[in-house]
Write a protein that binds this ligand. Structure first.
Ligand SMILES: [Zn+2]
Length: 65
C-alpha cells in the first residue's frame, strides 16, 4: 500500500543551523546566546529554493531523519 502525497517543494535540513532551528553564538562577553535561525526561520528545514520552511504550508512531506 503506497501513500501518495503532494510533494511540492523538496524539503531538506537547514545547513545553517543543522536542522535545529536555532543558532548558537557567544555575545561580546562570552555568554552563550541562541537565536532563531534566520535561514529557516526556526523550522530547521528549508526547501530547495533556500527559503524558510513554513509549517502548515511546506510540510506536505516531512523530512526523514
Ligand atoms: Zn536554520
Amino acid at each position: 500500500m503506497e501513500k501518495t502525497k503532494n510533494i511540492a517543494p523538496h524539503v531538506m535540513a537547514c545547513k545553517r543551523c543543522e536542522g535545529k532551528g536555532r543558532i548558537f553564538y557567544l555575545d561580546q562577553g562570552g555568554a552563550p546566546l541562541s537565536a532563531k535561525c534566520p535561514v529557516c526561520n526556526g523550522s530547521g528545514r528549508v526547501n530547495t529554493r533556500i527559503e524558510p520552511f513554513v509549517p502548515g504550508e511546506d510540510d506536505t512531506e516531512l523530512m526523514t531523519m
